[in-house]
Design a protein around this ligand. Structure first.
Ligand SMILES: NC(=O)c1ccc[n+]([C@@H]2O[C@H](COP(=O)([O-])OP(=O)(O)OC[C@H]3O[C@@H](n4cnc5c(N)ncnc54)[C@H](O)[C@@H]3O)[C@@H](O)[C@H]2O)c1
Length: 267
């Protein structure tokens, strides 16, 4: 028997990267999975893959910029599966962040607004519509996706980083407001996870080597590393954990900023 037997789980951004692998790992633990994504075809493809493994899965189109679309995602899930147990807020506008999200002085306000709408407002709205259904069940687990970029500053990616800092605080507010109702809310903060969104820019070549120097582990992260932490936070094994941001980052945020340079210069 899996750790999530019969649980209904929504995975936003389930069509690719961390989200896609998570749908498979959740299903292997017995979950009934909703693959929700703006990429309709990708969501259909991923739901089919999960169904081929023998689990139940449903593909839903959602645009996290659109309030009604988010409301429908939750309503359609409840209609199809009779309730909602787990919400994995995984989607982010990684495409816009990697192309047009710059230093504050130079960032276009439209870019800032869109990233905030998807990453922070979209996460908040998914939670807003999920809560009443979890309250009806008397339990629920919400897992948001943060980032190291939301815990320390960088030369660029200002909107992305600030949106992820907001996600960490949103996690604490929701945990505080709904803990007594049996609803938990935690965040996972990934390190560099090798997915299509980052592979070309960060995971390979000189950049890849530099990133690895700043992880305390001997390798960079894989989507399965996030999915395994997700299973823990989604399941009753973490029943006493709420309001927490779990760094699943190979220790990337655990060391002093100058540590890797100090090692390189044989300090
Ligand atoms: N990969 C990493 O190294 C890394 C590091 C830190 C945090 N993260 C976070 O992990 C999560 C997943 O990252 P990934 O690398 O798998 O990214 P990804 O780009 O592969 O996946 C993101 C998914 O979100 C979907 N999406 C984008 N905009 C949407 C919208 N408006 N509505 C609905 N769906 C939308 C995309 O279609 C895509 O399927 C993100 O929140 C990201 O910020 C990733």
């Amino acid at each position: 028997m899996g750790l999530l037997e019969g649980k209904v789980v929504i995975v936003t951004g389930g069509a690719s990267g961390i989200g896609a692998v998570s749908t498979e790992v959740l299903a292997a633990e017995g979950a009934r999975v909703v693959v929700a994504d703006i990429n309709r075809e990708g969501a259909e493809r991923q739901a089919l893959k999960v169904r081929d493994s023998g689990a139940e899965a449903l593909a839903l189109h959602v645009d996290l910029q659109d309030q009604e679309s988010i409301q429908s995602m939750v309503a359609d899930t409840v209609k199809a599966f009779g309730g909602l147990d787990v919400l994995f807020n995984n989607a982010a506008d990684t495409r816009l962040s990697s192309t047009r999200d710059t230093a504050v002085e130079h960032v276009d306000v439209e870019v800032w607004d869109e990233i905030m709408r998807v990453n922070l407002r979209g996460t908040m709205l998914a939670i807003k519509y999920a809560i009443p259904h979890m309250r009806e069940r008397g339990s629920g687990s919400i897992i948001n996706t943060a980032s190291g970029a939301g815990q320390a500053g960088a030369h660029s990616f200002s909107a992305y980083g600030v949106s992820k800092a907001g996600v960490i605080m949103l996690t604490q507010y929701v945990a505080t407001q709904h803990g007594k109702e049996g609803i938990r809310c935690n965040a996972i903060s990934p390190g560099l996870i090798v997915t299509p969104a980052v592979i070309d820019t960060y995971a390979e070549g000189e950049m890849g080597k530099m990133m690895l120097r700043h992880h305390l582990t001997a390798r960079l992260g894989q989507p399965e590393d996030i999915a395994h932490a997700l299973v823990f936070l989604a399941s009753d094994r973490s029943a006493f954990v709420t309001g927490h941001c779990l760094n699943v980052d190979g220790g990337c945020m655990a060391h002093q900023a100058f540590w890797a340079d100090a090692v390189a210069t044989k300090f």
